[in-house]
Write a protein that binds this ligand. Structure first.
Ligand code: ZN
Length: 336
């Protein structure tokens, strides 16, 4: 039995020094035709098309992902309530997001056991197992007003406000069967502090990662320093990895170097495609993006700077993940 504090270090060492995170979930659902123009964003599909969510998880597993992230990013009890959904139903939908990912993992394991002569059907015996991370998006993601990319919540919002907002959802996800909680796209230091305090005070039983986003490669989007944010992650025992997501690939290298200075915990990165999101118009501006081939050319550099978990965020696809997995496996192969 792996100690929960070693969940990620164990995964990384079993997988050969790195692990692959999945790619964008919401944007991939959209690419398959889902209409996510809704305050619940991808969580809308929990009600309308759970089979599509499962399919996208499976596509990422088939592409080589070792960690898949549930569709709970914007699934909040408060957001469901605003839609007239009862508290019980809202809690069920939250749990469902993790169950869907667990189902995809089971299907994948099942296929693996049929296709491979050296797999005995026991997932724990797999050299490189699959982890399910329960996503928690920021308070700004719930507000759906662009503040997840500004980190500006106004003077009235305090650490206590944020803890009150997140607490119940985190408890439900922690008891849902997920292996860890992925706090994603954290826009400021205050929210990182709130998460760290919830993890400790509520005795959350599964470990977590904290992942920030940046618009300039130096600070997180609010302007708080990445070192201060990563230091909060470093000082919380229940945080087993720290990193950056939904940020342009061109900023990742410098951010990883800054994080490495303040922590020895595994560093995760899953950049977006480099396109910018216009939070007001609620659409991506494609002209700013990084072509898939360029994205993958960064992988070696990211790894050399100290990232051991690498994947993609918004507007990346199973093809991106396949290319990342390939680049990493080629690099880790012995050179003769
Ligand atoms: Zn994203």
């Amino acid at each position: 039995m792996v100690k929960s504090s070693e969940l990620i270090t164990d995964l990384v060492s079993r997988c050969g020094g790195y692990a692959v995170i999945d790619g964008g979930l919401a944007t991939e659902l959209e690419r398959h035709g889902a209409n996510l123009n809704d305050p619940l964003w991808s969580a809308k599909c929990l009600m309308t098309s759970p089979h599509l969510i499962r399919r996208v998880h499976l596509d990422y597993l088939e592409a080589g992902a070792n960690i898949i992230i549930s569709a709970s990013y914007q699934a909040t009890l408060q957001g469901f309530e605003a839609k007239g959904i009862s508290k019980e139903e809202a809690e069920t939908l939250l749990r469902r997001s993790v169950e869907i990912a667990l189902e995809a993992r089971d299907i994948y394991y099942d296929r693996a056991s049929k296709g491979s002569w050296d797999y005995n059907g026991d997932p724990k015996a797999l050299k490189c197992p699959i982890l399910v991370a329960a996503s928690v998006g920021s308070y700004g993601a719930y507000l759906a007003d662009g503040s997840e990319y500004s980190g500006i919540y106004g003077d009235t919002v305090t650490v206590e406000t944020l803890k009150d907002f997140h607490r119940r959802r985190v408890q439900i996800l922690a008891d849902s069967g997920a292996d860890l909680i992925a706090f994603e796209t954290i826009p400021n230091k205050m929210e990182a502090q709130a998460y760290a305090e919830i993890l400790e005070e509520d005795d959350i039983k599964i470990p977590a990662w904290l992942s920030f986003n940046s618009k300039d490669g130096i600070n997180v989007v609010s302007g708080d320093s990445i070192s201060d944010c990563a230091a909060i992650a470093d000082s919380c025992n229940r945080v087993v990895a720290v990193g950056i997501n939904c940020t342009s690939p061109r900023y990742i290298h410098g951010l990883v170097q800054s994080i490495r200075k303040v922590t020895n915990k595994p560093i995760l990165i899953y950049p977006n495609s480099g396109e910018t999101y216009d939070g007001v118009r609620k659409e991506w501006v494609p002209t700013t993006g990084v072509a898939e081939v360029d994205f993958v050319s960064y992988v070696g550099k990211w790894r050399d700077s100290g990232a051991s978990l690498i994947g993609g965020c918004c507007r990346t696809t199973p093809n991106t993940i396949r290319a990342i997995a390939k680049a990493l496996s080629e690099q880790s192969a012995p050179h003769f």
